[in-house]
Ligand binder design. Structure first.
Ligand code: TTP
Ligand code: MG
Length: 353
C-alpha cells in the first residue's frame, strides 16, 4: 500500500505579503496587476482569504477585483521574495522523506509509504510538518494524505486554509464521488461542458459512466478520466506530471485593431513559446490561437500539423493563418495568446521535421 502526502501553501503570495507587512494582516490583500483606480488591465495573481469573501479569486481581471473591493490592499507581486520563501519551505518539506517532488512554487508531494504501514499516525506526522513551516516561515498550509497523488492533491484542497484531510483507501470513493467533475486534473471548462452535455456533473457520475462511452467522446483522455474518477492513479512521486501544452499570452495596454500591431504581437508570442519549448525539450503538433475582444468575448482556434516539429516557423505560420479571419472583423482585441500542444519529448523522437 502506498501513502502519499500533498502540501499546498494557503493564499501563498498574499500570505507572504501579510507576513512581511503586519498592517496587512486580517485585511483583504490582492496581489496582481496595478488596478489603476479600476481602469487597470491584467489579472489577480492571488488574494488573501479575507479578499476571497468579496468574491475575488486568482485570474480575475484586476478591474473587477477593484469593483468588488475598492478598500482592499492592492500590491504588485514580488516574485523574487516568493521564490526565496518557496525554496526555504521546500527545504523543510523535503527533509521529511527522500521521495519528494515539488510541483509548483507552493506545492509538493511526499511519498511516505516506507514510514507507515497504514494510515495510523499520518495525521501527527503532517501536523509536525505544518508546525515546522509555521514556526520557521510563519505561514500556514493545507495538507492532504491518501493512497495516491490524485487523492492526496484533492484532499489538500478539501479543507483550506490550514486544513488537514486524510482519505484512507476504503474511503476514496465516498470522498471523490460527490466532488464536481471539474476538480479532476485536466478537466477544464471545455471538458466540463462536454461532460455536462452527457449529463455528467460529479466525479461519481464519471466513475459510473462506462469507460467505452467516455472513450467514444474523448479518446484516451476519456479512459484516463474514468480511471481518475475511480481513484486509480499509479504515478510515482518524483515523476513529472504530464505537461500538456506550452504557451504565452498578452493583454494589450489598450485594445487594438491594427493588423500590424497584432501580427507583431503574435510574432513575439510565437518566439517566446518556442524558447520555452526548446528549454523544456518538447516538440509539438498543434498550435492554438486565443483571442479576446474588448467585450471579453473569447475564441480559441487550433490547427494541427501532420507530424511533430519544434520549428519556430511552424508556430508562426500556423498562428498567422489562424488570426486571419479575426483581422477582418471590425472589433478591437484585448488579449492574444499562442499555445502549442500534443507535445512529445525530444528524446522520444527519432527524427525531427
Ligand atoms: P495556488 O496554490 O493555486 O493558490 P494560493 O496558494 O494563492 O491559494 P490557495 O490557498 O487556494 O492554495 O497558487 C500558488 C501561487 O501561484 C499563488 O499564491 C499565486 C500564484 N498564482 C498566480 O499567479 N496565478 C494564478 O492564476 C494562480 C492559480 C496562482
Ligand atoms: Mg496554494
Amino acid at each position: 500500500m502506498r501513502i502519499i502526502l500533498h502540501l499546498d501553501l494557503d493564499a501563498f503570495f498574499a500570505s507572504v505579503e501579510q507576513r512581511e507587512n503586519p498592517e496587512y494582516r486580517g485585511k483583504p490583500v490582492i496581489v496582481g496587476a496595478d488596478p489603476k483606480g479600476g481602469a487597470g488591465r491584467g489579472v489577480v495573481s492571488t488574494c488573501s482569504y479575507e479578499a476571497r469573501e468579496f468574491g475575488i479569486h486568482s485570474a480575475m481581471p484586476i478591474s473587477r477585483a477593484w469593483k468588488l473591493c475598492p478598500e482592499g490592499i492592492f500590491v504588485r507581486p514580488n516574485f523574487e521574495l516568493y521564490e526565496k520563501v518557496s525554496q526555504n519551505i521546500m527545504k523543510i518539506i523535503s527533509k521529511y522523506s527522500e521521495k519528494f517532488e515539488q510541483v509548483s512554487i507552493d506545492e509538493a508531494f511526499l511519498d511516505i509509504s516506507n514510514k507507515f504501514k497504514n494510515f495510523d499516525g499520518v495525521e501527527k506526522f503532517a501536523e509536525e510538518i505544518k508546525a515546522e513551516i509555521k514556526k520557521k516561515e510563519k505561514l500556514t498550509c493545507s495538507v492532504g494524505i491518501g493512497p495516491n497523488k490524485l487523492v492526496a492533491k484533492l484532499a489538500s484542497d478539501f479543507k483550506k486554509p490550514d486544513g488537514l484531510t486524510v482519505v484512507k483507501t476504503e474511503d476514496v470513493k465516498s470522498f471523490l464521488f460527490p466532488l464536481r467533475a471539474r476538480k479532476l486534473i485536466g478537466v477544464g471548462p471545455k471538458t466540463e461542458r462536454a461532460l455536462s452535455q452527457m449529463g455528467i456533473r460529479t466525479i461519481g457520475d464519471i466513475a459510473r459512466t462506462p469507460a467505452e462511452d467516455l472513450m467514444r467522446r474523448f479518446g484516451i483522455w476519456g479512459l484516463r478520466m474514468h480511471q481518475m474518477a475511480n481513484g486509480i492513479d499509479d504515478s510515482e512521486v518524483g515523476e513529472e506530471w504530464v505537461r500538456r501544452s506550452v504557451g504565452r499570452e498578452v493583454t494589450f495596454e489598450e485594445d487594438v485593431d491594427e493588423p500590424k500591431i497584432i501580427l507583431k504581437a503574435i510574432e513575439e508570442l510565437a518566439k517566446e513559446t518556442h524558447q520555452d519549448l526548446i528549454r523544456l525539450g518538447f516538440t509539438f503538433r498543434t498550435v492554438t490561437l486565443k483571442i479576446r475582444y474588448s467585450n471579453f468575448e473569447t475564441h480559441t482556434h487550433a490547427t494541427s500539423l501532420k507530424q511533430n516539429t519544434n520549428r519556430v516557423e511552424a508556430i508562426l505560420d500556423s498562428a498567422k493563418k489562424l488570426i486571419k479571419p479575426f483581422l477582418k472583423k471590425d472589433k478591437k482585441i484585448r488579449l492574444i495568446g499562442v499555445r502549442v500542444s500534443n507535445l512529445a519529448e525530444i528524446k522520444d523522437q527519432k527524427t525531427l521535421a
